[in-house]
Write a new protein. Sequence first.
Length: 114
Amino acid sequence: MPTNFFAELRRRNVLKVALTSAVIAWLLIQLALIPALEVPSWAIKTLVVLLIIGFVTIVFISWFFEATPEGMKRTADISPTEILPTWSRKKFAAFIITTAALAAGLLVFEVFWR
């Protein structure tokens, strides 16, 4: 059962969507924490809550829908043999690594700014 579940998550691109949105959320939080921006604490808390709600929503949508050249379609309506356009593994890895490096750079900047 667990291997079938993870295979289904991979087939529906839920893992890629979850990883991408988590890394982007981390980057946005790091940007909000830059002392020079003087973001109030209530705004950071609101941002975190909105990012959590958005993360759950995006993962839910990626489970039930698939982006096709004709637009969004329910995953159940797409045949398993239909080939959908996707990013290559290299492009996806480059995007995630670049975004994570930006977030890590912002974190290091914040630590040394103080």
